[in-house]
Ligand binder design. Structure first.
Ligand code: G3P
Ligand code: MG
Length: 247
C-alpha cells in the first residue's frame, strides 16, 4: 500500500452534501460544522486558466447565469451567484477559487479530494492547471487526493505533479481498470457504489489500490461497504453518515 495514504473514511461530497449549495465555501463551512474532516469537490479552469469550483460544464443548474463556465474569464465568473438556486439563505454566495478552498482546508485542518472536472475538450489543460495549483496551495497541508473520470486529465496531473496522489473514477465498470490505474500511477480507484461487489472489492484490494465508493447516502449500505473493506465513502448525507460513523 502507498504510504502517503492517511485519509479518513468518510468524505463530505461537494463540501456539504445536501445541506448547502454544492462546491461553495458555505458548503465547506457546513461540512466542517458537521464534524467532517475530509471534503470532495469539483475543480475546473476559466478561460484565463484560473482554477475554481463547479460541477457541470455549464452554469445553468447551480448559478443564476447560463452558458459554458470554461468559456468565461475569472473576472466574468467571480460575480456570479452560486447560492440563490439552492435557497434564499445562500443568496450572494460566489464560485470559489481553489486558493480560497485551500485556505478553508488549512483553517479547518481538513483533507481534500480534488476531483478534476474538465470542461469538454480541455482535459489535459485542466489536469495540468489543477495539479499545479493544488501543489502550490497545499504546501503546508497533507497532500490532496486528485481524482478524475478523465484519463487525459490524470495523465497531465501525473506529468506536472507526479508527487500528488491520484485516483481514477469509474461510473461504469471498465475491464482495463488495472492497466489504466497502473499507467496513471493511481493509489486509488473511485467507483460508483453500485458497481461494488465483494468479488470486485477483493480484486481491487489485491491489486494494491484503495477504494472510494460514491455516493453512499444510506447508513446500511455505508456499513456494508465499510465491512467489505472499502476504504472511503463519499456521501451527500453528511448528517446521517458522520466522521465517526460506526460499522
Ligand atoms: O468524486 C466522487 C463523485 O463526486 C463523482 O461524481 O458527478 O458527483 O462529481 P460527481
Ligand atoms: Mg465530484
Amino acid at each position: 500500500m502507498n504510504e502517503i495514504w492517511s485519509y479518513p473514511k468518510i468524505v463530505a461530497h461537494r463540501g456539504g452534501g445536501i445541506l448547502a449549495p454544492e462546491n461553495t465555501l458555505s458548503a465547506i463551512d457546513c461540512g466542517h460544522q458537521y464534524g467532517h474532516t475530509m471534503i470532495e469537490f469539483d475543480a475546473k479552469i476559466s478561460e484565463d486558466q484560473q482554477v475554481f469550483l463547479l460541477h457541470d460544464d455549464t452554469l445553468t443548474r447551480t448559478t443564476n447565469t447560463e452558458g459554458v463556465a470554461g468559456a468565461l474569464t475569472w473576472n466574468e465568473l467571480k460575480h456570479i451567484d452560486a447560492g440563490a438556486w439552492f435557497s434564499e439563505q445562500f443568496v450572494g454566495e460566489r464560485l470559489p477559487l481553489l486558493s480560497e478552498v485551500a485556505e478553508r482546508c488549512q483553517r479547518y485542518g481538513m483533507f481534500a479530494n480534488i476531483e478534476i472536472k474538465p470542461t469538454a475538450g480541455l482535459e489535459s489543460l485542466t489536469g495540468k492547471h489543477v495539479a499545479c495549483a493544488a501543489a502550490a496551495y497545499w504546501q503546508n497541508m497533507p497532500a490532496p487526493l486528485l481524482s478524475s473520470f478523465s484519463r487525459e486529465a490524470l495523465a497531465a496531473a501525473q506529468y506536472e505533479q507526479p508527487g500528488l496522489p491520484r485516483g481514477y473514477l469509474m461510473d461504469e465498470w471498465q475491464d482495463d481498470w488495472q492497466q489504466v490505474t497502473q499507467q496513471l500511477g493511481c493509489v486509488s480507484l473511485h467507483l460508483n457504489e453500485q458497481l461494488l461487489t465483494d468479488h470486485r472489492i477483493q480484486q481491487i484490494k489485491a491489486a494494491g489500490l484503495r477504494i472510494l465508493a460514491y455516493t453512499v447516502n444510506h447508513p446500511n449500505r455505508a456499513r456494508q461497504l465499510l465491512q467489505q473493506g472499502v476504504d472511503m465513502l463519499c456521501t451527500d448525507r453528511i448528517d446521517l453518515i458522520g466522521p465517526n460513523f460506526a460499522y
